[in-house]
Design a binder for this molecule. Structure first.
Ligand code: EPZ
Length: 419
């Protein structure tokens, strides 16, 4: 297994290009099941999860052509296999996003339950209940969701009891081809949802309320071809903003959008980080000390849970203390023991962690456990004295394109050690 070695203490300066968003690309790829296409996605990131989703669509029978140099993915053709198998779904939970499209287009689907993952049990009950409201018959047998909608799905008024990005995406895709009008209330408002809606509209879908928590979808008989650019990855951008801040550097995040960062901007500014729009992206710098700043993760436009581990790494070397509360997932503090090995002073109890800043972290061998925890260890290593070795970096490759190359290009002493 590959490892990444970092020798800390260098401040980052220069331009970091931001890739297309992983959490936009995955649902966008699932929409290819809604029409014979072709659906071409541009600004496509070169990530392990995109490769997994390509494989899933190919085993459904679609033709998937990826051009990594041109950063495009083109999907076309009809599904000939309506089953998403366990061995693929367990590798990537976003596979469950094929359920809505398969049901809406083919009236049938057999999708493995994703099962939990490191950060939580992550049930899909909200997806299933909403699809049942649209007329689907659901059964769980042998770990699989057996879903049928022989007469097709019908429009319904779906009120989500809690915000769910994936459930909003599954229902949005299903509603696009349902008979009649659907209303999705308490819909997630993440930029990836609006990007998915924009792509569906390019394919001929009729959707109102983009960017709000109430989406109205008028079902259409069929959808067509489209070319759609994937939005830049706001979590990658936020991650590298923390890298600039933790090393006291100044970087331009190429292609990043301020409006996609929501409360992350205000929190970073409160912590003493300058974040400003500039030609071609966002300029991030930190000239004075970091201030301990409390944060609570919330659905967009609140502070993103996918930024929690990265911000915690930053707070480890801030002046004073920071209270970090994780409200979205029940087990998203696995970076804490690893950061503590580097000299961080963190205590957590339940959903809240108190971080007391220390003058310096020290490099150490540490273990990556999940995607965002892994990158928080990279950030800590960039600021630490000495050498940090991050093990199990396959977690990183799921969501960060060429992380060591992008950081080395702005001055980090970082390299990948083949496993
Ligand atoms: C998406 O996951 C993202 N993944 C996650 O990013 C992100 O952390 C999450 O949204 C929240 O923003 C992708 O977009 C591929 P949810 P998703 O449904 O859709 C509970 C990363 O690091 N819930 O909004 O699975 C759930 O357990 C990943 O890039 C139910 O109870 O998240 C969680 O506590 C990690 N029942 C909360 O809702 C359901 O049916 C939010 O989950 C669905 C969700």
């Amino acid at each position: 297994m590959d490892r990444i070695r970092i020798r800390g203490g260098r401040s980052l300066t220069g331009i970091i290009p931001i890739s297309g968003a992983k959490n936009a690309a995955l649902p966008l790829m699932a929409t290819a099941l809604l029409s014979d296409g072709p659906l071409t996605l541009t600004n496509a990131p070169d990530l392990a999860d995109v490769t997994t989703m390509s494989g899933l669509l190919a085993q459904h029978g679609l033709r998937v052509e990826r051009d990594k140099q041109a950063r495009t993915i083109t999907m076309s053709g009809a599904a000939t296999n309506l089953e998403a198998p366990y061995d693929l779904v367990r590798k990537m939970r976003a596979s469950v996003l094929v359920l809505g499209p398969l049901l809406a287009r083919y009236g049938q689907a057999r999708v493995s339950l994703p099962g939990g993952c490191a950060i939580g049990t992550r049930p899909v009950d909200l997806h299933l209940k909403a699809l049942e409201q649209m007329g689907a018959e659901m059964e769980i047998t042998a770990g699989y969701i057996e879903a049928r909608a022989p007469g097709g799905l019908k429009g319904a008024r779906i009120i989500f009891p809690q915000v769910s990005v994936g459930a909003t995406e599954n229902i949005l895709m299903a509603a696009a081809l349902a008979k009649g009008t659907s209303e999705i209330v308490n819909a997630a408002r993440e930029p990836e949802i609006s990007d998915l809606a924009a792509c569906l509209m390019r394919m001929g879908a009729r959707i109102e309320g983009l960017g709000t928590d109430r989406l109205v979808v008028e079902g259409v008989p069929s959808l067509g071809a489209a070319v759609h650019p994937i939005i830049p990855d706001r979590i990658e951008a936020g991650t590298y903003a923390c890298a600039a801040a933790i090393t006291g550097g100044q970087v331009l995040l190429g292609g990043a959008r301020l409006d996609h960062l929501g409360a992350v901007v205000r929190i970073l500014r409160d912590a003493g980080v300058d974040v400003a729009e500039a030609d071609g992206g966002l300029k991030v710098s930190r000239l004075n000390g970091l201030r301990g700043t409390d944060v609570m993760t919330e659905p967009f436009p609140g502070f993103a849970t996918d930024m929690q581990a990265q911000f915690m790494a930053l707070m480890c070397v801030a002046e004073g203390a920071a209270m970090i509360t994780e409200t979205i997932f029940e087990n998203r503090f696995m970076h804490v023991p690893e950061l503590s090995r580097m000299g961080a002073r963190i205590n957590f109890h339940g959903a809240s962690a108190i971080v007391r800043g220390v003058p310096k972290l020290s490099g150490a061998p540490v273990m990556a456990t999940d995607l965002r925890a892994s990158v928080s260890l990279i950030l800590a290593g960039l600021a630490a004295e000495g050498e940090t070795i991050v093990n199990r970096v396959y977690h990183l490759d799921r969501g960060y394109e060429r992380v060591e190359a992008k950081l080395a290009a702005v001055g980090a002493d970082i390299e990948r050690l083949p496993g």
